[in-house]
Design a protein around this ligand. Structure first.
Ligand code: ADP
Ligand code: MG
Length: 602
């Protein structure tokens, strides 16, 4: 994904973050509660030096203990309140974080389901997953910690400076003057540290890549005598990474002392000037103590606040990626007119959904996946209702493309695909999927029971309907023989099902909705002879009274078809029945006599 890889901008883009927060939509109530709790905690935490100041000025200086108990109780109450506050902001921020990632993932999931196939051609699934899992986790964490650090840090700074200014205006100004200097130093170092960190991350992924290549390509490397060169390349990258890592530690090593030194200087100035004022009876000793403590505590919140900006900067690219993904336009949608006319459900629009008979027509269809590389040009084909059409042809001929278009997974650049004379773009997508049963070449079973996998075809199907569907496609026998019958787990988690068995289950899933059109990309290989027979019987049952478009690899399927289309480079080069085509001694004859090893791609 070279065009999408991390393009970092150093400025914080408020718009991006606002957009992200809007997508994540945490409840305002939670955020406001968090902010209020943080402000209270910041204030309470900053009270301590004032309390000590009071103790010194009143109890210690005059050596009295009257009122010490009340004082202690107040002090204790503050400490308890702080610990309660801390507990509740931790809880609140955790809830905000979870809520945000849940909301974004939910939106993402819904959106990803709606996106067209062409989107998935451009975006590798791994890339999408990484956005939705890693980026979202990191961003939500960044935001919830960002709120904490920013509000807590910001208020602590304000409270400390205010308290100092009230206590002693002149001395407080010294501290206040140092604040911008510390901020400047922090920003300077953080910017540089961020840059080296990014560089380190980039080099790290480069190293991983080279490592991977070194392992995966070991055999090739050895035979081509490239070991030495690969090694040198790897070492060079590793060396660069080493240098950058050292640089990063050095920067960190300079940063803290630099801030500390300035802090110390300010603290020392306060002690010296405060001491002088004390000798002239202008200031009390407790106040000097409080000012001194505040000065020492002022730098940490500054670093926290600066850290928020650094984190936002670092995560900005990720935020942009997630936003782009969630805003990716859905290419194939029902137009406003279609929705108005037919509605998203039958009966919801001005007109009822048309009853399907099942004629499919490709009319002057021109289609390309990639601009300028047409797969089909002015393609015409009509399949009558109830007819079974088998499509044969070598790999890359365009068979799957035809199916993709008929299912409206893609839309043609020119021409139309019509069902019963209606352009499918003029009908709701849901209408099409209600009337269409589609079985993929490599059937996908979900990580659920077999019954649920079949039910996926029609969610309100009853147990007996599921069983009937399975019987209809000759899958009942083998399912009943499984350890837990229909309750056996299929899919990634549980299955020890063969490809053929999976195919039978996906037949049942496709047929349970009783579609008028059946589309089937036949599996090429690895079907044992026993299931082969069952599949054959199943197909025969399914095809009865249905329009079918079948990409056929097995001779038995092809032979029984009403019409056989031989496709080559997106063009129909022969068509007819099995007998006719054999007699013609053309391409079909060659394919047929060549043992029908037409398409070996999966
Ligand atoms: N998603 C896609 N993006 C770009 N090109 C594709 C895509 N799918 C298929 N093609 C190309 O379209 C042509 C026809 O492919 P396809 O319809 O899958 O053929 P078949 O199913 O007959 O093997 C091939 O040249 C293939 O490389
Ligand atoms: Mg194919």
């Amino acid at each position: 994904m070279s065009k999408k890889t991390d393009q970092h901008k150093d400025k914080i883009n408020t718009e991006t973050w606002l957009k992200f927060i809007k997508l994540a939509a945490p409840r305002k109530r939670l955020i406001i509660s968090l902010i209020v709790v943080l402000i209270i905690v910041a204030i309470l935490e900053s009270i301590s030096p004032i309390m000590v100041r009071y103790a010194i000025n009143h109890f210690i200086k005059y050596n009295i203990t009257d009122g010490l108990i009340v004082y202690s109780i107040i002090y204790l109450a503050i400490v308890v309140a702080i610990s309660f506050g801390t507990k509740s902001w931790l809880k609140l921020s955790g809830r905000i974080e979870t809520e945000m990632s849940y909301n974004i993932r939910k939106k993402g999931f819904e959106h990803l389901q709606n996106l067209s196939f062409s989107f998935y051609d451009r975006m590798p699934v791994g890339w999408i997953l990484s956005r939705m899992i890693n980026d979202v986790t990191r961003l939500c964490e960044t935001i919830s910690f960002g709120i904490i650090d920013f509000v807590w840090g910001g208020f602590t700074i304000i409270v400390i400076l205010a308290a100092m200014l009230i206590m002693d205006f002149k001395l407080a100004l010294i501290a206040a003057a140092a604040v911008p200097i510390i901020i400047a130093i922090t920003i300077y170092f953080q910017k540089r540290m961020l840059r080296t960190q990014r560089e380190i991350r980039r080099l790290n992924s480069e190293i991983t890549g080279e490592f991977n290549e070194g392992i995966m390509g070991a055999r090739t490397t050895k035979t081509l005598l490239r070991e030495k060169e690969n090694e040198l390349e790897f070492f060079a990258t590793a060396e660069k990474m080493n240098c950058r890592s050292i640089e990063a530690s050095r920067m960190a090593a300079y940063f803290l002392p630099a801030v500390s030194i300035i802090g110390m200087i300010v603290a020392a100035l306060i002690l010296v000037l405060g001491g002088e004022a004390y000798t002239q009876n202008l200031i009390e000793i407790g106040t000097i103590y409080a000012l001194f403590t505040y000065t020492l505590h002022l730098w940490d919140p500054i670093r926290q606040v600066a850290g928020v900006f650094r984190e936002l900067q670092a995560a900005q690219a990720a935020a942009e990626r997630v936003i782009t993904l969630l805003n990716e336009p859905v290419e194939i949608t029902d137009s406003a007119e279609v929705l108005k006319k037919y509605g998203a459900q039958d009966g919801a629009g001005e007109q009822p959904w048309p009853k399907i008979k099942g004629t499919i027509e490709f009319r002057n269809v021109t289609f390309s996946y990639v601009d300028g590389e047409p797969i089909l040009e002015n393609f015409n084909l009509t399949i009558e209702a109830g007819q079974t059409v088998a499509i044969v042809g070598e790999t890359g001929a365009g068979k799957t493309t035809l199916v993709n278009l008929a299912c409206r997974f893609y839309e043609p650049q020119q021409g139309q695909i019509l069902i019963d004379g209606y352009d499918i773009q003029d009908l709701p997508q849901v209408w099409l999927y209600h009337n269409l049963g589609y079985v993929l070449q490599t059937p996908h079973l979900f990580n659920a029971t077999i019954a649920d996998n079949i039910r996926y075809g029609r969610l309100d199907a009853s147990e007996s309907e599921i069983k009937n569907a399975a019987k209809f496609v000759c899958a009942d026998d083998f399912i009943e023989k499984l350890e837990n019958g229909y309750a056996t787990l299929a899919g990634e988690g549980g299955s020890k099902l063969s490809t053929g068995e999976k195919q039978l289950i996906s037949f049942a899933r496709a047929i349970i909705a009783d579609p008028a059109i059946f589309i089937f990309d036949e599996a090429t290989s690895s079907i044992d002879t026993e299931t082969e027979k069952q599949i054959q019987d199943a197909i025969e049952n399914i095809l009865l009274n249905r329009t079918a478009l079948i990409i056929a690899h097995r001779l038995s399927t092809v032979k029984n078809a009403d019409l056989i289309i031989v496709l080559k480079n997106g063009k129909i080069i022969e068509q007819g029945s099995h007998i006719e085509l054999i007699k013609a001694k053309g391409e079909y004859f060659n394919l047929y006599t060549g043992q029908f090893t037409i398409d070996t791609n999966i």
